[in-house]
Design a protein around this ligand. Sequence first.
Ligand code: DUC
Ligand code: ZN
Ligand code: ZN
Length: 461
Amino acid sequence: MSYDTIIRGGTVVTASDTFKAEIGILGRRIVALADHLGDAIEIIDATGLLVMPGGIDSHVHLDQAGAPGIVMADDFASGTRSAVVGGNTTVLPFCLQQKGQTLREALAEYQAKAAGKCHTDVALHLIVTDPTPQVLGQELPGLIAEGYTSIKIFMTYDDLKLADRDILEVLDVARVHGALVMVHAEGYDAIRFLTERLERQGKTAPFFHGPSRPIPVEREATHRAISFAEIVDTEAMIVHVSNRAAMEEIRRAQQRGLKIHGETCPQYLVLTERDMDRPGMEGAKYVCSPPPRDSDSQAACWEGLQQGVFEVFSSDHCPYRYEDEAGKAAPKGRQSFRYVPNGIPGIATRMPILFSEGVAKGRIDLNRFVALTSTNHAKRYGLYPQKGTIAVGSDADLVVWDPRREVTITHALLQDGCDYTPYEGLKVTGWPVRTILRGETVMVDGVVTPGSSGVELRRPA
Ligand code: DUC
Ligand code: ZN
Ligand code: ZN
């Protein structure tokens, strides 16, 4: 047999095994794993390097509409370009239904935004904000059957939040038709109450974003979300968990046999509320929701990753430029933290941060790293085994990783559309040196292949 490509000399790492092998690629797929594979059109030398499944980031926001005047820093081209720089081959961005819009209208909009622009493969989640009878009765069931099998709902934000009854209805549609609901668990009324109190006290700087949504706000919403899933008798994914109390809610649910899944993100491992306490508007660079917390919260997020309470580690890449009135410098943001757009970039830095802080520092092993950054995302969101593993028949989506490369993170390396990284100056050990999407090299040594070969993926219900 001859191959288009052989990756030779590397150590192959999957979510379960670590072994020396050559990987033979023909067309878009892995077709052989063996000690010696002979010849190929292209031989990639991976001596001394790790070869892992390409990263799958199941929580990213690209070109997503926000408040009037606010513009996201990345479209599907720049966001997925930065994704391949960071070793990813598939991302799952959100398709946001605006109030008054049908889901199909929203989907057509996001498909047009993505078409022909992506450097990674892409699968879209649906954000339901307007669960009309038509959406619940016809559109959602139809779209789930067509491969849109994950739905995000919000318990906060004026334009996004669902009432309790609507949350129950969406969970029930997901149960009946075979989709997974992702929940943003922070309580609307508690945030409003605290925000207004802080503003009355003149506490309007970016730092007060944290105190406006403290840990109990997230914990009680997490508890409610879990209870709703239990009442409906279905599963749910609690996304972007930031602290011990919320993590323990999820752990207790899992111990009671409920199918509650958890996700955490880099910002909850390496940032804290002190990052928002910087002079002037500088703290706005770190404003995201839930907010970064404290060192015990960081420790709890590590425990959740180590012990399997969290099965996925995502970036929650949600980029707004800092020196831009359409971003973090929105004029109203100077009046109050509540107008600073929520979200921070991180699509390229997710894997290096988890590798360095996790694997290099001995907190997690290589196999768990692969599970948390790729395999579990594929399994949970219906892409496995086409994606998320290194096996004969799977797509040749791979990252070649130098585990010894020392890099100081700086924004210029990341090639996104933002103008800063919240991780500027962070020293990491371990860096992606080549990203391969369906057999084609899409990034080597930080150079992204021109053109865009990513496609939209659908998933079975
Ligand atoms: N929720 C997200 O998932 N991302 C950014 C902001 C938010 O509230
Ligand atoms: Zn969210
Ligand atoms: Zn998000």
